[in-house]
Design a protein around this ligand. Sequence first.
Ligand SMILES: Cc1ncc(C[n+]2csc(CCOP(=O)(O)OP(=O)(O)O)c2C)c(N)n1
Length: 338
Amino acid sequence: MTATGTTLPVKTLVKLYRTMATIRSFEERVHELFQDGELPGFLHLCSGQEAVAAGVVDHLRPGDSIASNHRNHGHALAKGVSAQSMMIELYGRAGGTNEGKGGSMHIADPAVGHVASGGIVGASAPLALGPAQAAKLDGRDDIAVAFFGDGGAQQGTVLESMNLAAVWSLPVVFVCENNVFGQATPVTYASAVPPSERAAGFGIPAEKVDGQDVIAVHEAARRAVERARSGRGPSYLEFTTYSYHGAWEGEPKRAYRLPEIEQEFRTRDPLVLLSERLAADTDDWQAVKDGIDDEIHDVIEEAVEAGRSAEFPEVSTLTTDVYADRRVTVDRDGLSSY
Ligand SMILES: Cc1ncc(C[n+]2csc(CCOP(=O)(O)OP(=O)(O)O)c2C)c(N)n1
């Protein structure tokens, strides 16, 4: 059955709902745990932005790669990183995606094609070029996606990557999540033109799309992914969206976030929009939705229990799997001097 006004089958919409609801549940639970003082670290939640992760990543295959930024939980969950291994990582425990040594901002799992995330704003773009170039050199039709924000879009690294991707005709999709602010700076204060308009300067096709509407995201992403996969080079997608929890957890003042801007996005919440659509197109959506929500609730609670009960990493593992200066020695108290 095809949903009204789109070529997407209902089963695809239900899958997109499941992905978005998983991300929302994960993020809202992380928010509570941080408020309760249970989770350490620096957390950037993506509640409100779920449609971008779900709609883009739905087109990707296991061999495709993503590189993400500090607001990375949604991208990782959509790409198939397990909620449990992510939650263990947020608790800083062994068995997490990065063995408890990376924390929220560094979640990655190359086994499912999530090559890297990080707190260096604008770093995802050059990181995505690596797997894209490798795929091209190997003659594979795998592609890579770089996720970055409207702040990241201003970075030279992103612009240089766009240029190189165009020169080498790499299979990359640049995805700018324009959530209005880069920390407290409105995008209109930081960017001379909407970020996607710069793509024309590199000969890269671009679209600016409603990031609250997962169907619109999905359709734009399909065009960009097909272009990359068929060897026609990079594309740039700018999705307008909003972060409900602001820039980071524990951010002291959010007065810069005008209620009317927030309200505009909240009234067009991506999960609500899709849910209304499914209710109109199917007879039993409420029952299906309740079942999905219950399953997700259990998955997230199991992940929290796994995080709580996992052990902290052994001190002896402190310098494994990380770039470490050979002159640093480790003793029982942690790092000793050079
Ligand atoms: C290279 C670099 N410059 C500055 C920062 C500080 N910083 C952290 S998050 C952030 C804003 C990022 O905004 P955006 O890319 O729009 O992502 P958002 O947080 O809005 O999702 C900045 C400037 C950083 N981490 N890295």
